[in-house]
Design a protein around this ligand. Structure first.
Ligand code: ZN
Length: 121
């Protein structure tokens, strides 16, 4: 499952971040997820919960910020947001819009750790 390996790498990154801070518990992860990333949000949430067990991320909140697809329309000379079911043409003038500005993101934006659970007590 695609989402499971993504969840695992997010957990790995967050756990490393916690370790750098000298903590062994991650409390919250913020992930930016583009509408075109090919990742199903619900599947990612489900996979995260499973994969986080027995890791520093167990019980952590996975917060997902969904990013809409935006493109640049050369005819209107401005940025346009495409709704779901995007066709890669401008919603205003119907020009083809091959230049995608956002919507492919899949990134770990921030990690919060429990500073009251230091790794070395
Ligand atoms: Zn346009």
């Amino acid at each position: 499952m695609h989402e499971l390996s993504i969840a695992q790498s997010l957990i790995e990154l967050a756990s490393e971040a916690a370790a750098r801070d000298g903590c062994e518990r991650v409390t919250r992860l913020l992930v930016r997820l583009g509408a075109m990333s090919g990742v199903v949000r619900e599947a990612l949430e489900f996979s995260f919960e499973l994969a986080a067990e027995e890791t520093p991320c167990a019980g952590a909140t996975l917060e997902i910020e969904e990013i809409k697809v935006t493109v640049f329309c050369p005819s209107c000379d401005e940025r346009k947001t495409l709704d779901d079911g995007y066709l890669f043409c401008c919603p205003t003038c119907c020009s083809p819009t091959p230049q995608i500005l956002t919507g492919r993101e899949l990134e770990l934006v921030s990690v919060e750790v429990d500073e009251y659970a230091p790794a070395h007590r």
